[in-house]
Design a protein around this ligand. Sequence first.
Ligand code: CUA
Length: 386
Amino acid sequence: MRTGSQVRRTDKKRPFALHPGRRLAAIAGLALLLAACSGSGPQTSLEPAGRIADDINNLWLLVFWVATAVFVIVEAGLVYAVWKFRERKDDDRRPRQVHGNNAIEITWTIVPAVLLAVITVPMLSGLFEMRKVPTGDVLQINVTGHQWWWEFEYVDETGPDGRSIVTANELHIPADRDVYLSMTSADVIHSFWVPALNGKRDVVPGRITNLTLSAFAPTPDGQPHLGQCAEFCGLAHADMRVKAFVHDEAGFDQWVAAQLEPNTAVGAGWDTFTTFCTACHQVTVEDADGVRTVGPERVIDVDGERTFRSSLAPNLSHFGSRTSIAGATFANDVAHLSAFIDDPSSLKPMTPERNDIAAGIILGMPDYGLDSDEIAGVVALVQSWE
Ligand code: CUA
């Protein structure tokens, strides 16, 4: 049996037993520390950069200030009542007993109803505005969600061979022009979300969902709007990112023209590339045989409604013009790309052992055990495709 003094001694050893004053100081310090985590918030929806994101933000601000006013008024009344009617020494008076008060009851029924109406009207009109199919000079892009990367097909931007631009994870759009995304998934449910440009929308296999992006202004060099798959979709969900580059009209036309040029199929890496990489990846190249696209094509036909030209892995045409690799997660430089080809799952967690290419199931890039010369050849080749 412990004696009282033993218990007290053990109590004193508790690591978190703090004097109330120190405890308060510790909590304040922790709050400050956690506030530092907020950082620059690159994926905040509170800094809208487009028409629809701006509507959403204004709606949020309206609700925020209405809720803040309600909070302040209710808390002020509560604190006032607690202070005013506190128990006093030698005070045995009972408060005046009342039963019902029509004026107060009618007020607290009407005021919330008015507040709800104030919020509901702009919310409903905003919802219809967001869902409206844009008309006029609209850029149409097909979006296919894959475990764990995004595919973008510019359906109207076709080259002389009749093929449209297909790219991955990095979206390029013009400013001041509505961009209409038609989205589906090749596998599980994803959710497309670039907070600066619009809210999130689910991307569902066997269905088409739509989202309109409309950016106010071009993004500064090297500072695209960042986005993220917002629906848990498996192991590398967190690495299923998106970068949205916004250009002025001339800059966008220039990007389109560059993307429509075929890549050159030369260099030491081409043999390695066509032995391993084109089992899943596509690329459009030009050589002595002319312009051709190598790699498997997967066509996703959603209810005969719309055809998504897709592939099993990111299309690598003009890969060298991309700033990032592996779901827009790492910089597209020699070091990262070499490490990724050498041991893909070490950079981005994937399960390529569950791939079934014939069935179109791809859950990551396999480690093909290439030697350093082969890796260097492939890296030089794909990065030359600018
Ligand atoms: Cu795709 Cu989460």
